[in-house]
Design a protein around this ligand. Sequence first.
Ligand code: UD1
Length: 393
Amino acid sequence: MFLILLILNDMIKLVTIVGARPQFIKAAALSRVIRDEFSHAVTEIIVHTGQHYDPSMSDVFFREMQIPEPGYNLGIGSDTHGIQTGKMIEGIEEVILKEKPHGVVVYGDTNSTLAGALAASKLHIPVIHIEAGLRSFNKQMPEEINRITADHVSTLLFSPTTTGLENLKNEGIIHSEEPPYSFDRQGVFHCGDLMYDNTLFFSKMAAESSSILTDLDLKGKPFILATVHRPANTDDSSNLRSILAALNTISIETGFPVILPLHPRTTAIVERLKAENVPELNAPSSQLHLIPAVSFMDMLNLESGARVILTDSGGVQKEAWFMEKPVVVLRNETEWVEIISSGNGSLTGASTEKIIQATLKYLEAPPQHFPPLFGNGQAAREILKVLTTTRWM
Ligand code: UD1
């Protein structure tokens, strides 16, 4: 009871766990609204696990999006899933024991999410899972294991879509009508998508500050944007080669440049394929441009200028929708099923034929209607309202 009153009347102390690029982006939205509107009620300590450590995958996002400096950087880096996650749990547990937060915020579905959710729930600290309820129904993906586990040990779950709410319900996670919420009486909320908050907030800034379209000579010209980083498409180099073959053919058939900013995972495989002299990386008339990973402002500008976006990233699928662009999803299933059922997105897997067909179809007849599936750009505010006005301990 004492703790309930403390939370309702006093500052709420949150520890936020981030580690991978999409989490820096999501955290930026919540941290911004804490700073601008809830600083009287909420303090936040950011813990960076170190999962993404290259400056182009980490520092640039903190700088550009004005994310508060992490209070802790665990510097864990890459390893096998077990070692990476294990080390993170150990580091996060230490921080929680020292900081004694009221709640631990985790985002999405990465190994950093899983580690934060396990460390906190084992210490009986409420877990707040943002981007809850999403499912690909493919447990071969490490992300699917991470998100299912995080959802089941969370006290407060914020889902960006109604499909997410349904998925949770089907797994027995149902909103408990009467607070206080707890591990066994979870609070489930539909709040919209933080990434939409960010796209709205940063798009104008990106148009002014990013010079990527000029630098790549794309301003006012038609081009196609692609990203590939999932293990299923990179670790299996035949899938990567199949995707590269499609991108080559598309660039040759349309004459449009295809811009492919590379995740470090993909860069490593591309280097290997280059050394093997594979034809997909040597088509003479191709306009396939492989460039290093780009910043968020550059990415927003590329997305807003592209005719079609091809991706296996979850975040980029949604940003395509926010920018009203058709998206070719280089996977066999997606968590963002609404994009596919609307017809504005197509699932192609790594099939060269399907990728080419879907891209050409969208170039010929671009979709026109993008209803607001992901909220109204106020997700961070909605989440903070719940955190500051309901009882969750
Ligand atoms: C992680 C998430 C995924 C998310 C993605 C966004 C998991 C299981 N997956 O995948 O959900 O969509 O982030 O990018 O957590 N590497 C570098 N430099 C870096 C970061 C990674 O070189 O800054 C290399 C690593 O050495 C490793 C590979 O990239 O070989 C993959 O890194 P990893 O941490 O496994 O996660 P991601 O594939 O990025």
